[in-house]
Design a protein around this ligand. Structure first.
Ligand code: CA
Length: 229
């Protein structure tokens, strides 16, 4: 069965252009013209991925992202017309997996969607019992659940994957490019700000229990030995 992509875009020419490329790549495409329709279709059609424009006529893309994220782990790729880092970063902070700035190359959009979907189905294939502990922190790949001293912490999908990757390589420094490739699936050097924003979110959510250390100018690592719980 073809994977289903929900494209949320009020500009008709962009929506049909994106839709054409996605159909050529053998995806099933649903289109929503505004935020209300997006929320409705995200719920009713259970898409495998959402392409979400930031600027919509009714509810803005960030709020749509936040609402979808409150009850679903579906991958979300944000489109932003403004080449403005603040918007992109806010998009990632509300739980988007990735973003593209308009005007974008449709081939790049398709490549990113493929990579996000490959990653998200890869994550589901992790063995049910796979879990790691570090100090007070426990991360469970089967349940996609993170707890600190037994209390559950809600992480966005990419925050979860990033934490998993770093814990899985504890004691080793992973560069931003390596993390982009392993977590986001880019095989070219992408925008490494994405990694920094996600690490910042992990620190905000996990507080003092966040094990991720910055290795200046290089990347990030999790120390080999967990602090005594
Ligand atoms: Ca728009």
């Amino acid at each position: 069965m073809p994977e289903k992509i929900l494209v949320v875009e009020d500009e008709r020419n962009i929506a049909s252009f994106v839709s054409m490329y996605l159909k050529n790549a053998r995806y099933h495409v649903e289109i929503a013209r505004d935020g209300t329709e997006a929320l409705q279709k995200a719920d009713a059609t259970k898409p495998d991925l959402v392409v979400l424009d930031l600027m919509l006529p009714d509810i803005d893309g960030l709020e749509v992202c936040r609402q979808i994220r409150s009850n679903s782990d579906v991958p979300i790729l944000m489109l932003t017309a403004r080449d403005d880092d603040v918007d992109k970063i806010v998009g990632l902070e509300v739980g988007a997996d990735d973003y593209l700035t308009k005007p974008f190359n449709p081939r790049e959009l398709v490549a990113r969607i493929k990579s996000i979907l490959r990653r998200s189905t890869g994550a589901q294939r992790k063995p049910q019992e796979a879990a790691m502990e570090h100090g007070n922190l426990r991360i469970d790949a089967g349940r996609r659940e993170v707890t600190v001293s037994g209390a559950q912490v809600q992480l966005a999908p990419k925050e979860f994957d990033l934490l998993w990757e770093l814990l899985d390589h504890r004691g080793l420094v992973l560069t931003r490019d390596q993390l982009l490739e392993r977590v986001w699936g880019y095989t070219f050097a992408g925008d490494t700000r994405t990694v920094d924003v996600h690490v910042r979110q992990l620190r905000r959510k996990l507080g003092d229990d966040c094990p991720v250390a910055t290795v200046w100018g290089v990347g990030y690592k999790v120390a080999d030995d967990a602090p005594v719980a």
